[in-house]
Design a protein around this ligand. Structure first.
Ligand code: FES
Ligand code: FES
Length: 171
């Protein structure tokens, strides 16, 4: 593994939401800070900064990960997805985002980006979850607005819509 010294300026190259990006950071900089302050991707929020709340969740090479527990230098050469890319670069909202809006699952919105990144990863791996499984997945996120009910509804509705689309395309 490459060794860094305090005060080094390191140039990081990564793919952010499908686009090649680069920026300079100190070796100790967190990925969450690099995304927000170095690359201007402020959709990723920072809450606890020690891996508890889940607000900073992004996908690293497709896997939901805490960006506050990852150093920016560890993202060198990786593919990072943030909430800004959740709609695949299109003009509209993704199905998951639309379901959050329909079900009033946004609430104050602070934890929402991180939750949606976890949900996006989860629904790829587990397209037909039970409500209990969705609640278990969401237990990795702390929402200060207290109501997880609408968030669960939005995730279940997204899974249901995707199931209906799959069945339609298999006909
Ligand atoms: S800010 Fe990363 S888990 Fe809370
Ligand atoms: S929506 Fe307000 S903290 Fe989660």
């Amino acid at each position: 593994m490459k060794k860094y010294a305090k005060g080094d300026a390191v140039r990081i190259h990564l793919t952010l939401n499908g686009q090649e990006r680069s920026g300079v950071c100190e070796p100790r900089m967190l990925l969450s800070d690099f995304l927000r302050d170095g690359l201007g991707a402020t959709g990723t929020h920072v809450g606890c900064e020690h891996g508890v709340c889940g607000a900073c969740t992004v996908r690293i090479d497709g896997v939901a990960s805490r960006s506050c527990l990852t150093l920016a230098v560890q993202a060198e050469g990786r593919c990072i997805d943030t909430v800004e890319g959740l709609n695949g670069g299109g003009d509209g909202l993704s199905d998951l985002q639309q379901a959050f809006r329909r079900n009033h699952a946004l609430q104050c919105g602070f934890c929402t980006a991180g939750i949606m990144m976890s949900c996006a990863d989860y629904l790829q791996r587990k397209p037909d979850p039970t409500e209990e499984e969705v609640r278990e997945m969401l237990s990795g996120h702390l929402c200060r607005c207290t109501g997880y009910t609408n968030i669960v509804k939005a995730v279940m509705e997204t899974a249901e819509e995707r199931r209906a689309r799959r069945e339609q395309s298999n006909k």
